[in-house]
Design a protein around this ligand. Structure first.
Ligand code: ADP
Ligand code: MG
Length: 653
């Protein structure tokens, strides 16, 4: 007797459901996508107990006929593609035709739908994959789907669901994603009868981001606009003072599709090298648009991963797009006015979903932020406060004492920079990078803080800065039209030297100092691996080395501006830092690390008196830098005390 048999549909659907329906948020995702594919303008969700008890999603999209409503629950039933060729250029979210079948097989589902203009609607009821009834009902145009008792027939999987709060958090996160990507559609979300999110249809991403996150957040974002070779990158990325402990604040989309894409995440990190310190992440709402035939969206059952046909090109476009955005409008970290931020902000958010408008973890902070928040005037469709939803991620890191809030969340429209030639792109990508090695010269690390909004010339140069003096032999005090600036002399010099060194290293313009007695360095196995990979680069950077027996290396020559002992420490530190990255080390990466180490060693230290001439030189040079706001290790270089804060302090406003 043959041992192989074809599985009945009920079993096959349940197997497929394992891939499609991982948790309540997966159901929300599939149904949101169906509603958007049906051209909905308004989508309302109501969720009970993190979606474990019920999920109700109603849309005003095109609806279905009775036949279609029944067919929709069949496996591979789709209205979105017909042929295999169409798979290559998908324009809709759905196409696999398995979501409703999968959902119907692991829950109790009631679907109510009506075509606009039809006289009556249809109700279809399923339980664990079995059709219970179909009947004619009165219904508004559009579709409502009610999913109850998820995994009622799969107790083992029901047990794997996380707490109500966690599941609710995932749903909020998901709806926030879709709301960002579809500003033309209104969204509401209720959890256990309480409103979590409500945004009305609006014009563009900026307005939508304002509805969701508020003006404070918008102020700390730089707009991204880039298009080249068929790839467009748009959206917003956070300015360098926004420093997050996880990637939770990153909302990434490919062709408006929400993705969890490693490539985009990596491109973002690359773009912030030498701007953010190690181990922290930027926030971003990034939309990558590529022609449909340049991306395969059919590589994951939940369609949250994609495969690009030209990944390198996409990666480079994102890096360039983000760096241009940051370089165009440098913002200085505002003066920190209060205590330290919460220790692990993102975990707070992950376990307790936000419940009210703008609910950061500390009530005092919340109150403070609300008090400082500007009236929502400058943005279209200015929403009432209850329309603002607590950003599940952005509020996770409230920056206490957030100083200056601009009354006009303005983003100056800036001329699109000319396409940079290859060398310039490369230089930019190196200057923007972040090394792993630590800098010993800077005394302390400033707390991440909130931004001010201030218009700058597009190239970031500031000519209106007046030097007032120096305090503690460490900080330069200066003023510009917007207020007071404090500049950390060590990190400022470090940034200047870093950019110079990168240029020199790229041009292979380095002097070698030969040593009378070679240094002997014993490398660890990991250091030796990196050393072998980078031998020629080390040579180009001014190191003259010979591999002796085993892992011992003799250093006969070092870069001219390094002392011999310094060179030995730097070499091992560098190899350690690169080895710990656990990925192949590129030339750029190596040059960045080296330049940062050299810069840190050579930069003037704190506790050093500077003449006015030296200070003027330093500040002038700093404002010529591509990224004057942060040192190559990610610390802020400049803190500002905005005029509005000063006036508020003196009770003049
Ligand atoms: P897919 O979206 O991959 O086509 P689904 O199982 O999600 O597969 O849905 C099956 C079909 O049901 C869709 O192709 C669509 O025609 C129809 N459908 C599902 N949800 C809706 C909705 N909210 N409004 C209108 N039609 C819908
Ligand atoms: Mg679908």
């Amino acid at each position: 007797m043959s041992k192989i048999r074809i599985l009945p549909d009920v079993v096959a659907n349940r197997i497929a459901a394992g891939e499609v329906v991982e948790r309540p948020a997966s159901i929300v995702k599939e149904c949101l996508e169906n509603a958007l594919d049906a051209q909905a303008h308004q989508i309302d969700l109501a969720v009970e107990r993190g979606g474990k008890e019920s999920i109700r999603i109603r849309d005003d999209g095109e609806g279905m006929t009775q036949d279609d409503a029944i067919l929709a629950f069949e496996r591979h039933a789709t209205s979105k593609i017909r042929t295999a060729e169409e798979l290559m250029a998908i324009q809709t979210f759905g196409f696999r035709g398995e979501a409703l079948a999968a959902i119907g097989s692991v829950a109790r589902v009631t679907l109510t739908t009506k075509l606009h203009g039809a006289t009556s609607g249809t109700e279809v009821c399923l339980e664990g994959g079995k059709l219970r009834h179909v009947r004619e009902v009165a219904a508004p145009g559009g579709t409502e789907i009610l999913v109850r008792d998820l995994f009622f027939n799969l107790p083992a999987r029901r047990k794997f669901l996380k707490t109500e709060a966690t599941e609710a958090f995932h749903i909020t996160n998901l709806v926030t994603h879709y709301a960002l990507a579809h500003p033309q559609c209104g969204f509401t979300l209720q959890h256990n009868g309480r409103q979590v999110l409500a945004v009305t249809a609006t014009t563009d991403l900026r307005a939508r981001a304002y509805q969701l996150f508020g003006a404070n957040m918008l102020d700390s974002l730089a707009p991204v606009e880039f298009a080249q070779g068929g790839i467009a990158v748009g959206g917003f990325v956070s300015r360098p003072h926004v420093q997050r402990t996880s990637r939770d604040g990153q909302y990434l989309f490919v062709n408006r599709r929400f993705v969890r894409d490693k490539l985009i995440g990596r491109a973002l990190s690359d773009a912030y090298r030498n701007i953010l310190p190690p181990g922290v992440f930027p926030a971003a709402m990034l939309f990558v648009e590529v022609p449909p035939d340049m991306v395969d969206v059919n590589v994951h059952p939940q369609k949250t991963e994609v495969r690009f046909r030209a990944p390198q090109q996409v990666l480079e476009s994102i890096v360039t797009a983000v760096q241009q955005a940051l370089g165009r409008s440098p913002h200085f970290a505002p003066f920190p006015a209060a205590a330290t931020p919460p220790a692990h902000p993102s975990t707070t958010a992950a376990t307790s979903p936000p419940t009210g408008p703008h609910s950061p973890s500390a009530p005092a902070v919340h109150a403070a932020l609300q008090a400082l928040a500007p009236p929502p005037v400058a943005v279209p469709a200015s929403p009432g406060r209850n329309e603002r939803q607590p950003p599940p991620f952005f509020t996770a890191t409230p920056h206490p004492g957030a100083g200056s809030v601009s009354a006009t969340p303005s983003t100056p429209t800036l001329p699109t920079p000319e396409p940079p030639d290859e060398a310039a792109t490369r230089l930019h990508s190196i200057l923007g990078g972040r090394p792993r090695t630590r800098c010993a010269g800077a005394a302390r690390r400033a707390h991440p803080t909130r931004p001010t909004s201030e218009p700058h010339p597009p190239d970031g140069r500031r000519t209106d800065v007046r030097i007032l003096g120096q305090i503690h032999d460490s900080y330069i005090v200066a003023a510009d039209a917007d207020g007071l600036l404090l500049i950390d002399q060590h990190v400022a010099h470090e940034r200047i030297l870093f950019e110079q060194r990168v240029r020199a290293l790229l041009a292979r313009d380095v002097l070698v100092q030969m040593l009378l007695t070679p240094l002997v360095v014993d490398l660890s196995p990991a250091q030796a691996t990196v050393f072998d990979a980078l031998e020629s680069e080390l040579e180009a950077a001014g190191f003259r080395t010979t591999r002796l027996a085993g892992r011992t290396v003799a250093v006969q020559g070092v870069p001219a501006d390094l002392g011999a002992e310094d060179a030995k420490t730097l070499l091992t530190e560098l190899l350690d830092a690169l080895a710990s990255e656990q990925q192949t080390v590129s030339r750029e990466h190596f040059l960045r690390e080296l330049a940062a180490s050299l810069a840190c060693r050579a930069a003037i230290k704190v506790n050093m008196n500077l003449t006015p001439e030296k200070m003027t030189w330093l500040v002038d040079e700093l404002f010529q830098c591509a990224q004057p706001t942060n040192c190559p290790h990610g610390r802020p270089v400049i803190l500002r005390f905005d005029m509005s804060l000063i006036e508020r302090g003196f009770k003049r406003t």
